[in-house]
Every structure is written in C-alpha cells, then in structure tokens.
Design a protein around this ligand. Structure first.
Ligand SMILES: C[S@@+](CC[C@H](N)C(=O)[O-])C[C@H]1O[C@@H](n2cnc3c(N)ncnc32)[C@H](O)[C@@H]1O
Length: 172
C-alpha cells in the first residue's frame, strides 16, 4: 500500500527510528562535548531521521552512498555529501560517527573504510559494537562485530539496543 510506505518514519531500518535512538540522542551531545569535537563527520548519515533532532555542540557533515538517503538527509539544510566511505575522499573532521555501518560490510571492506576514515585526521570514532563477533559476511548483509577485540574497551559508551549492543568511542 503506497500510503503505508510513505508513512514509514525512516528508510534506514528499525534501528534508525526515534524510539530506537532515544538513548543515543540523549547521550551524543554530552559525549561530543567531553571529547572536544569541533567537527563531526556522520558516516554513514542515512536519511538523518534521528540526528536532525539532536542539538549538536559542533559543526556537522554527513556522508552516504545512497542518493535517496542523501536527498532526504539534505531536506533540512544540513551539509550532506554523496560519498562511498570506502573509497571517496572524506571531509576533514575531529570525530566520525559510524552507527550501524561496519556490521553491514565484509571484513575486507571494513578495513578499506577504516583506512579511508583515518585519512580525515579524525581523532575519534564513535561506532556500533556488539557483545560478540560473528562470521564474515558479504557487504550489504549483516554480521556481529565487536570492536573491543581490536580496539580495546571504549572510552565512553551508551546502550544502543539489545544483547549488549552499544555505541562506543575509541581513538581512531
Ligand atoms: C542502517 S543505515 C544507518 C544510517 C545512520 N548511521 C543511522 O544511524 O540511522 C546504513 C547506511 O549506510 C549506507 N552505506 C552503506 N554502505 C556505504 C558506503 N560504502 N558508503 C557510504 N554509505 C554507505 C547506506 O546507504 C545506509 O544509509
């Protein structure tokens, strides 16, 4: 039914609704202030369904490879760019918010994306982290990913879903 599709809150999935992001929306401004972030790169930004309602204490740039998401994300005047996070030059920033991203990339693409992110000069990465690692997946599918194995314990974190899923902060 066309009207049912149009009534959907976000095209980025159930994890991007206002209900699902309540903890993150409350936590993020204070976390960015504690880190001293002046410019945040939201990569990927999706359609900005939830982050457009967050009163950020810093400049903001969004990046996503999906044209429809970038069109929606730019509706409210945000600086958003159509970019492939794995390969395109990304804007300089202090921190990268990468929520619900690496879990949809193969391990090889995750390495490409993280190497590309490091070129931004960002000091911090704020990323989704599960309580366990799962097997590799094809990019576009899903896998569990636990950054603690590679990066250690996050320096800050917020509960972001079931089964110990968090959004955590690490040095990039
Ligand atoms: C599950 S959504 C999460 C969006 C947002 N971070 C959030 O919390 O609502 C995943 C997004 O990643 C984007 N994406 C996937 N691969 C990408 C890539 N290589 N470069 C840029 N964006 C990508 C998709 O287009 C989609 O908007």
């Amino acid at each position: 039914m066309k009207w049912a599709v149009e009534a959907e809150e976000t095209t980025c999935g159930p994890g991007s609704t206002l209900v699902a992001t309540r903890n993150v929306r409350e936590w993020l401004p204070g976390a960015l202030e504690r880190l001293g972030v002046k410019t945040l790169l939201d990569a990927p930004c999706g359609d900005r369904n939830w982050i457009r309602l967050v009163d950020l204490p810093c400049a903001y740039v969004g990046a996503d490879e999906e044209p429809a998401h970038i069109a929606a994300a730019g509706l409210y005047g945000a600086d958003v760019r159509l970019l492939d996070i794995r390969s395109d030059a990304l804007p300089a920033c202090d921190a990268i918010l990468s929520r619900d991203f690496f879990q949809h990339l193969s391990m090889a693409d995750t390495e490409l994306a993280q190497a590309n992110m490091r070129k931004t000069g960002a000091k911090w990465i704020i990323a989704t982290c599960h309580g366990r690692d799962g097997p590799d997946c094809v990019t576009g599918e899903f896998r569990y990913i636990n950054h603690r194995a590679e990066w250690g314990e996050p320096i800050d974190q917020v509960d972001d879903g079931k089964h110990g899923r968090i959004l955590g902060v690490w040095a990039l």
